[in-house]
Design a protein around this ligand. Structure first.
Ligand code: FMN
Length: 303
């Protein structure tokens, strides 16, 4: 291991470092964790407004704010969303926030004041508005934590874009990005281990970790998370490997599992959970869906 790769916490930040924080904001950010169990305590309008205000103050390209937030409190709608996403706590959270890219408001402003408008044909502007939307969402998450509430993002809405369009009457150029469940936590969620600054931050230029350092960092992050090498798991895992990279690779991977006697976290991630053979599927469908929202930058590519 080179001097630079001598990771202070073996590449992982966890709560055992007894770090002293310079201020409460740093402490709040360091102690944050997703919350998936909400109490029935209502969120007052004042608290909710304070939280939402933080979302409108976020940095945004050109200060355009090309996003909207749909506040969802209706029990039936929340139940509907929970069913769609297969995550029951969505219905239990008193409030759900749907963060959407919104070029519609700016298009209308341009039209009303006789200005040209073509942001919906620009990948650059789609990309930036996506970032704007997420940054606003994250400001809101921090505000939520600061008020003693909790939240969790729901990304799986991306399989139901068109249903959401109908459910929330989204006009063209308003595109859902992420859902956030908000409420008072039943119990304080425990922060998860993260790769530390020694792994994540590169000084001046990108630096590849050596294999051992990399393995140790992930090993510490996912310590104790081995999966049983049951026949059923191995069969599923083998099928993924074979579909993704062929029989020879699949044989090698399964040999590795049998020698170790367990399925490692990365084998679970890409072999069983976010399956490597399924990941690249459906790209064309997403482009078709994005087009239905009025964005057609990918059709202007050759112009
Ligand atoms: C874009 C995005 C999508 C996510 N989607 C889901 C989701 O659908 N369901 C869920 O339970 N958690 C979801 N999460 C939360 C992550 O699982 C969570 O942030 C991660 O496991 C790290 O845990 P922590 O937030 O407690 O640090 C999502 C997070 C992000 C940033």
């Amino acid at each position: 291991m080179t001097k630079k790769q001598n990771l202070s916490h073996h590449g992982v930040e966890d709560r055992n470092n007894n770090r002293k924080f310079a201020n409460t904001t740093l402490e709040l950010l360091s102690e944050r964790a997703s919350c998936r169990a909400f109490s029935s305590k209502k969120i007052s309008n004042k608290v909710m407004d304070d939280i939402l205000l933080a979302g409108t103050k976020a940095p945004t390209g050109g200060n355009l704010q090309p996003y909207s937030i749909i506040r969802i409190r209706d029990a039936e709608t929340k139940k509907n969303l929970a069913g769609l996403c297969g995550q029951s706590f969505i219905a239990e959270a008193p409030v759900n926030l749907l963060f959407c890219i919104d070029w519609r408001r700016l298009e209308r402003w341009a039209s009303l004041e006789k200005a040209p408008f073509s942001a919906h044909r620009s990948f650059r502007h789609f990309w930036i508005s996506f970032q704007d939307t997420i940054i606003s969402a994250q400001n809101i998450c921090t505000a939520i934590d600061s008020m003693g509430l909790g939240s969790v993002y729901i990304g799986t809405i991306l399989d139901y874009f068109l249903k959401l369009k109908k459910l929330f009457k989204l006009p063209k150029l308003v595109f859902p990005v992420v859902l956030l469940c908000v409420g008072y936590p039943k119990a304080k969620p425990v922060p998860r281990k993260k790769l530390g600054i020694d792994v994540i931050v590169h000084d001046e230029e990108y630096r590849e970790l050596d294999d051992l350092t990399l393995l140790n960092a992930f090993g510490r992050k996912y310590e104790g998370q081995k999966i049983s090498a049951s026949d059923e798991n191995i069969k599923k895992f083998y099928r993924t490997c074979k579909n993704a990279e062929g029989k020879r690779f699949a044989d090698e991977c399964v040999k590795n599992i049998r020698e170790k006697g367990y399925i490692s976290p990365v084998q679970r991630y890409f072999g069983l959970h976010y399956r490597a053979d399924e990941m690249p599927r459906g790209n064309e469908n997403y482009l078709r869906v994005i087009k239905k929202f009025g964005f057609n930058w990918f059709e202007d590519m050759h112009k």
